[in-house]
Design a protein around this ligand. Structure first.
Ligand SMILES: Nc1ncnc2c1ncn2[C@@H]1O[C@H](COP(=O)(O)OP(=O)(O)OP(=O)(O)O)[C@@H](O)[C@H]1O
Ligand SMILES: [Mg+2]
Length: 293
């Protein structure tokens, strides 16, 4: 055998011996204690930035209220997750590819409906949605606000969670209540890594101080460690972007908000997640278990 042949058979042997891990996407929920703090804008702009960096992103709208992501992206998908649950459509059919290929799925009431379907259907659904592990590196889920049961279920089932909070005292106390509720729920199971984004701050110092306070209380009363992902400034261009239905990172790439989204996106990519709790399949299994209870 020639040298190249030797090398090839050596590589083949190596491939046979090392069992590759099944693909697993990072499932990241975006949530908040109080509503209207900038979750949807954060999710959409972060997703578009990561997509531009070559990361395979799928955004899942699990906010049962208004279809805000669709408005921000200027899209009107015909199908939602409910259609997959009803067996009407395949997963591929309900993914809208927008803005150069970024994936978007409208959750509808689909994720909550899972509580009412048969065991058999549930298995099929877990399998179907689990296929997202093959086509996405990161799945961002906008959960809507509040310490409602369903939001907490999504948050505890995910591998990572971003809590968005503004400098308003009520937003900070509500963020703390949410963190505490996650901790209380997670007594039996490991809880997701909690990451904090301060949105609408006057400057970085204000953001750092708010995070420091939140971190201190979380350490003292909950023995929890939080990560500060970044501080998004209050930015008039973001409002203009919302009005024109063209996301800020695209319409104002150099404005302060967009630049910080880039920093946060890079930070998320820098965080090494070896086994993101079994990816989308793990998330779905935990979610159905939690909804079953
Ligand atoms: N950094 C910012 N600078 C200026 N305006 C902002 C900023 N972040 C958010 N806003 C404004 O606040 C409004 C609410 O933002 P968004 O819809 O993203 O919040 P949300 O947390 O998703 O709300 P909900 O809880 O209702 O889902 C937006 O219309 C946007 O114009
Ligand atoms: Mg929203």
């Amino acid at each position: 055998m020639d040298q190249a042949g030797n090398l090839r058979s050596l590589l083949d042997l190596h491939k046979k011996n090392s069992r590759p891990l099944p693909p697993a996407a990072r499932v990241i929920t975006v949530t908040s204690g109080k509503g209207g703090v900038g979750k949807t804008n954060f999710t959409v702009n972060l997703a578009l930035y990561l997509h531009r960096k070559g990361v395979r992103v799928v955004v899942l709208d699990a906010d049962l209220g208004l279809a805000n992501i669709e408005i921000l992206l200027g899209i009107a998908p015909k199908h939602s997750l409910l259609d997959v649950l009803a067996g009407k459509n395949t997963l591929e059919e309900i993914i809208t590819h927008t803005h150069g290929g970024m994936g978007f799925i409208s959750g509808g009431s689909g994720l909550v409906e899972m509580a009412n379907i048969s065991e058999e259907m549930l298995k099929i659904t877990v399998q179907k949605l689990g296929a997202l592990d093959e086509i996405a590196d990161i799945i961002l889920i906008d959960t809507g606000a509040g310490i409602s049961n369903s939001v907490l279920k999504f948050v505890t089932a995910a591998s990572e969670c971003v809590v968005v909070c503004t400098p308003e005292p009520t937003s900070i106390t509500d963020a703390y209540s949410l963190i505490k509720a996650v901790k209380d729920r997670g007594e039996k199971e490991p809880i997701p890594q909690l990451k904090i984004v301060i949105n609408g701050a006057e400057d970085k110092d204000e953001g750092r101080n708010i995070f420091k306070n939140l971190q201190q209380v979380a350490q003292k009363f909950l023995s929890m460690e939080l990560t500060h992902l970044g501080t998004l400034p209050h930015d008039a261009n973001l409002r203009k972007a919302v009005r024109s239905q063209k996301p800020c990172v695209l319409s104002y790439p150099n404005t302060a908000f967009s630049r910080e989204i880039e920093n946060i996106g890079n930070k998320i990519l820098d965080i090494q997640v070896e086994k993101p709790r079994g990816g989308m399949k793990g998330f779905m299994k935990r979610l159905t278990k939690i909804f079953g209870n």
